[in-house]
Design a protein around this ligand. Structure first.
Ligand code: JHZ
Ligand code: SAH
Ligand code: ZN
Length: 406
């Protein structure tokens, strides 16, 4: 297998077997067969990039009825408002600056930019969420960002001061085309800023469910720096973020345009010291993940045998990996509740657990709730205090299987 970035040799380190599309929630009775692919991840011996071994065609994942909404978490809404304010305060130049976002989804970040009256464009291939952005007053182009689209945007709108992408670059295997597109679109001193789940946190927190079809790359400072350099960019800043279970925000500028901050050298040194991208480290991670699976299956099977009622909380994309890898179906988890309208009334991909609205959670409360949206634990537990007061307990499976409450 060849690295998608540099064509170096890939070494597999974790295998989750046959998996469905993580955001394809199935309509009950739909006769169309589900799409499955082989979910396995490897690391490049040359550039250290961790990546999936099999690529799912992008149109299968990102389309008119893509269900994920960035606005589904209050913490994330606040996060993106903060991002917008910071980009507006630090990255704009000239009398008529221009901000571009890749994967703007429902416009949660760009709304603040639009409200500030700043020229902007969201590039978003998933039509349904792009329409929601447009309804919020955000200017959107329904397209997959790539080199050709970048050239067209540059021709129509001129150079961009900043290109921002959250939880989107790691979704794009054809990263060559993204970086050459960014080079074509950015003004000379412009930057590409992106934030994605951090490989270092995935390994430390054993958050194996960050691995699914949409997450093609698992970035770290070392691999991002190597990737940037192939296209004449330099990694000039990194910032750890607490959202989505631990992310890093990377800033790339054209080589020589900005001096890298001390945080870059510090994170590179930390990764080196812990051997983050070494095969032994990653294989050890995979072995711990298999132990988590055995613990979770044992706990849920025991609870079922005792007659306990267990619901899932948050029909996340991530949970497709957990539910299918562990073989968890409606016999172990009666249903999953979720606030996303497009997921409700459907079945979880592959595992076929019914998805219901949030009101179903309290009607009546279960004995246990499997927190599939563990990255939003603080927000969800704060809002569901009555569940614990009623004697309910949360089941978490990262970094290891444990119970919270009662
Ligand atoms: P959440 C998606 O992953 C897919 P998911 C994608 N690949 C990605 O990288 C991240 O987003 C950014 C619901 N919910 O954010 C809403 C409640 O029901 O962990 C969501 O369906 N009640 C683009 O899907 C899900 O949980 C609540 O109170 O793993 C959370 O999904 C809250 C806060 C959320 O991302
Ligand atoms: N930025 C938002 C949305 C993340 S979901 C957030 O962090 O919450 C990932 C988004 O990337 C999806 O809306 C998907 O349609 C979009 N996407 C996938 N490939 C893309 C590409 N090539 N260019 C732009 N957006 C893309
Ligand atoms: Zn490589």
């Amino acid at each position: 297998m060849e690295c998608r970035v540099c064509s170096g040799k890939l070494h597999g380190f974790a295998d989750f077997g046959r998996q469905p599309l993580s955001d394809h929630f199935v309509l009950p009775g739909d006769p169309a067969p589900e799409f499955f692919f082989h979910l396995a991840v490897g690391v490049c011996e040359d550039c250290s990039m961790a990546q999936l071994l099999e690529e799912v065609p992008r149109e299968r994942m990102f389309h008119e009825s893509y269900p994920y909404l960035s606005s589904g978490s209050a913490v994330m809404r606040e996060h993106f408002e903060g991002v917008a304010k910071r980009l507006l305060a630090t990255e704009l130049t000239g009398p008529d600056p221009f901000v571009v976002e890749l994967g703007c989804n429902d416009g949660t970040m760009l709304k603040t930019v639009a409200d500030a009256g700043v020229r902007h464009l969201g590039v978003e291939p998933s039509g349904g969420v792009a329409d929601l952005a447009a309804a919020r007053g955000v200017r959107v182009r329904k397209d997959f960002f790539e080199a050709g689209v970048a050239a067209a945007v540059r021709a129509a709108d001129g150079p961009a001061d900043v290109i921002y992408a959250a939880n989107t670059l790691c979704h794009i295997p054809y990263v060559d085309s993204i970086l050459s597109g960014a080079d074509a679109l950015l003004r000379p001193g412009g930057v590409l800023v992106f934030e994605d789940p951090y490989l270092g946190d995935i390994v430390t927190r054993r958050s194996f469910d960050q691995i699914y079809d949409e997450h093609f790359y698992f970035f770290c400072a070392a691999s991002v720096r190597a990737m940037a350099r192939r296209h004449g960019f330099e990694l000039v800043d990194v910032e750890r973020l607490p959202v989505h279970g631990g992310e890093v925000r990377y800033t790339l500028a054209r080589r020589g345009a900005r001096t890298p901050t001390p945080a870059v050298a510090a994170l590179l040194a930390e990764e080196e010291a812990r051997g983050l991208t070494e095969l032994a480290t990653l294989r050890d991670f995979a072995a711990r993940v298999a132990a988590n699976r055995d613990d979770l299956v044992a706990l849920l099977t025991g609870l079922r045998d005792q007659g306990a009622r267990v619901y899932g909380y948050g029909a996340t994309a991530k949970s497709a990996t957990v539910l299918n890898y562990c073989g968890i179906g409606p016999d172990l988890v009666a249903f999953v509740c979720d606030t996303t309208p497009a997921k409700q009334g459907r079945l979880t991909p592959g595992s076929h657990i019914p998805v219901r609205g949030p009101e179903a959670f309290a009607d009546p409360y279960p004995d246990y709730a499997l927190l599939l949206a563990w990255n939003h634990a603080e927000e969800i537990m704060a809002k569901e205090t009555a569940f614990r007061e009623a004697g309910g307990r949360w089941i978490l499976y990262v970094p290891e299987v444990h119970l919270v409450g009662a």
